[in-house]
Design a protein around this ligand. Sequence first.
Ligand code: ADP
Ligand code: MG
Ligand code: MG
Length: 889
Amino acid sequence: MTKWVYNFGAGQNDGRAEMRNLLGGKGANLAEMASIGLPVPPGFTISTDLCTAFYKNDRRYPDDLDDQVLEALARIETAVGLKFGDAQNPLLVSVRSGARVSMPGMMDTVLNLGLNDETVKGLATASGDARFAWDSYRRFIQMFGSVVLGVDHHRFEEIIDQAKIDADVIEDTALTAHQWEEVVEAYQALVLNETGKPFPQSPHEQLWSAIGAVFGSWMNTRAITYRRLHDIPADWGTAVNVQAMVFGNRGTDCATGVCFTRDPSTGEDIFYGEFLVNAQGEDVVAGIRTPQPLSKLRAKPGEISMEEALPEAYAELLKVRETLETHYKDMQDIEFTVQSNVLYMLQTRSGKRTAAAGLRIAVEMAEGGLIGRSEALMRINPASLDQLLHPMLDPDAKRTLISRGLPASPGAASGIVVFSADEAEMRAQKGEGVILVRVETSPEDIHGMHAARGILTTRGGMTSHAAVVARGMGRPCVSGAGGIAVDYGSQTLSAGGRMVRSGEVITIDGATGEIFLGYVAMIEPKVSGHFGTMMEWADDVRTMAVRANAETPLDAETAKRFGAEGIGLCRTEHMFFDPSRIGAMRQMIMANDMDGRRTALAKLLPFQRDDFIALFRIMAGKPVTIRLLDPPLHEFLPHGEHELMEVAAAIGVDMATMTQRAADLSEANPMLGHRGCRLGITYPEIYEMQARAIFEAALAVAEETGAAPVPEIMIPLVGSKRELEITRAQVDRMAKEVFAAAGKTLEYQVGTMIELPRAALLADQIAEQADFFSFGTNDLTQTVFGLSRDDAGKFLPKYVESGIFEKDPFISLDRDGVGLLVKMAVEKGRATKGKIKLGICGEHGGDPASITFCQEVGLDYISCSPYRVPVARLAAAQAAIGTRSDRTA
Ligand code: ADP
Ligand code: MG
Ligand code: MG
């Protein structure tokens, strides 16, 4: 015989919290609460297995179910001393659905089942309260009528509304027994009229119909859609709970309420909830009457708290709260009912909370000794920290949605619309808040993106240029808002029939991808004390260092504030795009010979040196990895006649030569072309200038602060040992020159980025020339997959959707392919040089799943964008805990 039915309450608990798959969350926790001595009205749960069996068997119940239900029902009868269907004093029950995970779309609960035209009179006599009995009956007909028989619930409400008008009262509770009796009559007429059958009078028929309706609701359209959207398998099934009723609607010493054991929005350790006197079930959330606060402290003038109205039950509830938290070791969301001053528990589950509340609760529970620090660390989803580091829209603020795009970089921002990077910068300098709106962005827009409060693009995905750069800068960004048409010519954007001109205000929410008209009120982020505490704990357990990818002083400051332990990637090319330098840069590129290049580079040297001085100062004593020039030269080419003429004049050549030179430099496939160390080898003077700037800057800061920085010079796009050997020799030579001139020396390192498959394959050889490896997993992913990130948007989403790729490999490191190469390079690198320093500086350095991988292969550090540093610190701690054997300490 299969066991389908599990008892709970009144001393017999067949279930436990861990059995939620079989009993559903509600059933499992009712049994758990009862087993730890909390007052739970007795009942039973029909398992989710039965639901599955029911559907396998053409919607028929197994033969042995009937007996098991009857037996369990008899047990309830004995426990409460009442009989189901008894005309004098009937047992009433609730029938409640409950799947593994709470699931909208499932059948609503039916309360007071077992009432009919006879038993209602018995209930009236036995309770001595006819109003209560008829109120219960009409509630039952209404719930059963709408959820089991399918009569529109509005039709019932119309009848009550009319009854209140006739009786000239406002509150439901003011209707008398007789008036409720009339409502019941009208309800029954409605049911007869709508269903063609009288309201079922047999309690057993009522029970089986309600049970059938719960199982039937598992396959209704709403539930199926919800499951599809949330990847819930159909064979999980739902359970059904049948439970003896307790009555919160039996007078002024009765009540019903819902609460959280701590404040779910702030996490404060304070009872947070609402209740209603003389009410039942969902009245609290239904908005019929205004619910009252639980604690006196929270009561506003005119409100009567539960603490005052029902002091005994409130005291019980406080004890229950303590018991529940001690037992579940987490904040709980509970439902309760008070009948004649006695408290009953009807539900508990772990409470949903904001990111801020989650953090505070975990920290305070660990401080209070309820859970260990590791457990506290493990409870926080690192990605949720993102929410705490950016301003958010005030949830109560009014807003007008105009369109939607992808949530590319979190945070909200309001500002005036501008359509070019230059205008963004110009207006920002005047103190205006701007939102940069582009069809898409390119490296030349960086200054405008930096100046903007937020970025909106109409094309490109979550890994488009705009998205990646915005995340790096911590700018809110909505990308790929295809519903918006941008017209640069008329300086307008239009969406859904609305037009916004340049200079008008919009608000974007990078966490949801929404775009609103005008200003929307915001809440500033608070990096509270709990946040700091959690970060300290994370730092104590993690074994990988966390650095930031940063090149501007602002980014470096931000990174340091968020706890970065150095810079893992300073991309020097960004330093050349600055308007004051791009001219010299262009002159360098367009020069025909080495002398011309040297002249132009000499102009750039002081700029570079100052950049590095600023970084070294901020990162005093911490490691700073500087990547020498990487992008293909053509990215710096002058555009259009005007710029070409400017450069021609500056270096003294004619336009024909200039145009020819530009044509010579253009490439069919620049990302696989003349870039990285290939530039360093063909134009050695570029890397020499950069190396000089680095060493001079380091010496200057050592002199100034007494704390010598340790520059780590990184050569990009190396594919063979020889390339590194040649470029390294240039750097070493510059070091010698600079040190000789200064009469001082410094410690420094030279290493390489591992971003080509060949470099990974031959890492043992390359390691002979490298002091460190930094895995450039953006390029490595591109080259391993043979896939260009900028073009991937056209098909990658489809790949992810149809499961060809589990995740976007640019967001989460591809363990199987790219990861294999990383692992191989780690092993080969260490085989050659045991102490070689290993890190990662791709976008993956800020992705928790990829961070776990980095821990597993044994990297020394991870580096990510400044705003992701806290996320990475926590993720690294979790990865360290995950690989430890003692997880509870
Ligand atoms: P949901 O999953 O929508 O919360 P529930 O089954 O928890 O549905 O029940 C709806 C309401 O009915 C809740 O307020 C619950 O506390 C109340 N309720 C359920 N069973 C009983 C019962 N046996 N006695 C009194 N109230 C009940
Ligand atoms: Mg509930
Ligand atoms: Mg690269």
